[in-house]
Design a protein around this ligand. Structure first.
Ligand SMILES: Cc1cc2nc3c(=O)[nH]c(=O)nc-3n(C[C@H](O)[C@H](O)[C@H](O)COP(=O)(O)OP(=O)(O)OC[C@H]3O[C@@H](n4cnc5c(N)ncnc54)[C@H](O)[C@@H]3O)c2cc1C
Length: 535
């Protein structure tokens, strides 16, 4: 017997972006009905609070007013944005504008929605590359405000551990652990927005052993994202498809250390890269999310002149005006990292030495190996033949001519800047259809049970005439992590690859989640409202 029991119309599991958007929209549509949100962590937000993107909003009222053609029916991303603006009121006007979207200097879209780099209270933080995310933190803060206004309780430190069923086998309640003992919540409908399982290294390793191969990776995943709810759901009989799940690991980057140095390592001046043994490796760009790393752990080797050049080039690679200012303090950042390294703090940062031999010794490399790599590289610089082009994750090998900014490593002091992969989140789990209804292990709808976001794999019926499931062809890439788009459900259809065969019936599967898919949480709320109004 649970210590406490609550009754409600709709319970939402997980106070991340999907859960909160669904809770608020459902409360809008269901005046007088009781909505409760249960959240395992101490604070709401999940991975969402860290997400920067999406920059791909289609067909919002703002864009239509600025001259885009209306779509019928309206794209879910536009529906979501209109909802967000309606909740943001005056501050939405302050933060968002229609224009050309520039995202991390690489992706542009005419008449997109420009987003704030972060909301005011987070401005001026030293490292803008780690959270809170620009959109994500805005969405979470806004939804929390709405919950407060609408009397939707968000019960934190409340971990759902079991679904309860009635005699017909219908899911009607949950049991959760709280600080004050066990809580039972009885409901008429439930929406699961419990996020991915990126914090569960073991589970990730089982699914993607080549990526999660015990190489040190920086972890950006909030600790509550262990995927326990996916197991809880499976125990209750929901269909689970992890075969079509995806993970987002990226790098190698100098991340999360000084953002300035991180940007400098990506410039054309920083060409010589070596592995932890000191052997030269092809210069890497950054790998596609979830791909195996050819050389996961990397040192960028530079001398003082190269760093000066990289600092000169860095502002050209940055689109944000205040980042251009930030780069000016690279000497300070470099000195700070070197000081941390000299104190032999945990982890690898930036190592400095007067000679290449000393640098190798400090890094635990055979000095002869590093010396040979530097000498060979310097000769390539002189001869005009080099491996030095920025390349994909496997490297492009030898280029005939070095880039114009490539310089030999000659002038003391010498630096080794550490780069490593990072992991961000996973997408996939409970099987849902395009209405966000949860399917059981045989593919039947489980009445009253809905889910969305990173904990889901979305199934669309494959009619045989479409390339990417019901939503049409392959979608656009989402934010930096690329989690948006390419889902089976169309361009705003959450993350993941183009639809691939599901585990039963005539279905294509696509990973749910990503910041592109919040329109799906609105779809779920509308379906839930219909369901409850008919109940
Ligand atoms: C560092 C970082 C950067 C990112 N950047 C981008 C980006 O730029 N663009 C982009 O598209 N995406 C990005 N993402 C991914 C994106 O944030 C997620 O895909 C999306 O926000 C997932 O939303 P969600 O609501 O499904 O899950 P979450 O926001 O993770 O919310 C799930 C919630 O459920 C709770 N929960 C879990 N289990 C239980 C349980 N048993 N009981 C109760 N509560 C539970 C969790 O604590 C969590 O609060 C990023 C993610 C990270 C971590």
């Amino acid at each position: 017997m649970a210590a406490k029991t609550m009754d409600c119309d709709l319970v939402v599991i997980g106070a991340g972006g999907y859960g909160m958007v669904c809770a608020v929209k459902a409360a809008d549509l269901l005046p007088g009905k009781k909505v409760i949100v249960l959240e395992k962590a101490k604070k709401p937000g999940g991975a969402t609070i860290f997400g920067h993107g999406p920059n791909n909003i289609y067909d919002s009222t703002w864009q239509r007013n600025a001259g885009t053609e209306p779509q019928v029916p309206q794209d879910p991303s536009g529906v979501f944005f209109d909802f967000l603006v309606s909740k943001g009121e005056a501050d939405a006007k302050k933060y968002f504008e229609v224009g050309e979207v520039i995202f991390m200097g690489s992706m542009t879209q005419k008449i997109g929605i420009n987003m704030p780099r972060r909301i005011d209270k987070y401005k001026g933080l030293d490292d803008p590359s780690i959270g809170p995310g620009w959109w994500g933190s805005y969405i979470v803060d806004k939804m929390m405000e709405c919950c407060k206004k609408m009397n939707v309780p968000v019960l934190t430190e409340t971990r759902v551990k079991k679904f309860l069923k009635d005699s017909s086998g219908k899911v009607t309640g949950v049991l959760a652990d709280t600080k004050d003992g066990e809580l039972q919540v009885n409901f008429k409908a439930c929406y699961v927005g419990a996020g991915g399982f990126g914090a569960n290294y073991k589970k990730c390793q089982e699914l993607w052993p080549k990526v999660y191969n015990n190489t040190p990776m920086h972890n950006l995943v909030p600790p509550s994202l262990t995927g326990d709810l996916i197991d809880v759901a499976q125990e209750a009989g929901t269909g689970i498809d992890l075969k079509n799940a995806g993970c987002n690991t990226q790098g190698p980057y100098h991340h999360p250390y000084s953002y300035t140095i991180h940007i400098m390592t990506k410039t054309d001046a920083m060409v010589l890269q070596v592995n932890p043994e000191g052997e030269r490796i092809p210069t890497q760009g950054f790998s596609a999310p979830g791909r195996e790393f050819a050389n996961p752990l990397v040192y960028s080797i530079a001398d003082q002149d190269i760093l000066e050049k990289a600092a000169e080039l860095a502002p050209k690679q940055i689109s944000e005006p205040d980042d251009k200012e930030r780069v000016k303090k690279w000497r300070e950042d470099l000195a700070e990292e070197v000081a941390v390294d000299e104190k032999r703090r945990y982890g690898r940062h930036t190592t400095k030495a007067d000679t290449i031999v000393d640098l190798a010794l400090k890094l635990g490399m055979d000095p002869n190996v590093l010396l040979a790599s530097v000498e060979k590289y310097n000769k390539e610089c002189e001869s005009g033949k080099s491996q030095g082009t920025m390349a994909g994750d496997q490297g492009r090998g030898i280029a005939e001519t070095p880039n114009k900014s490539q310089m030999p490593v000659k002038k003391s002091p010498f630096y080794a800047i550490f780069l490593q992969p990072f992991r961000q989140c996973t997408h996939g789990g409970m099987i849902v259809n395009v209405n966000q209804e949860v399917l059981d292990a045989k593919g039947n709808v489980m009445p009253g049970l809905y889910a969305g976001g990173d904990c889901t794999t979305e199934y669309t019926v494959n009619t045989g005439s479409q390339t990417g499931g019901q939503g049409g062809p392959q979608g656009m890439q989402g934010g930096r992590g690329g989690q948006g788009g390419q889902g089976a459900g169309g361009r705003s259809g959450g993350g993941g690859r183009r639809g691939s065969p599901g585990i039963f019936g005539d279905y294509l599967a696509g990973q749910g989640g990503g910041m592109m898919g919040f329109g799906k949480a609105i779809t779920a709320a509308i379906k839930i409202a219909d369901y409850l109004n008919k109940a």
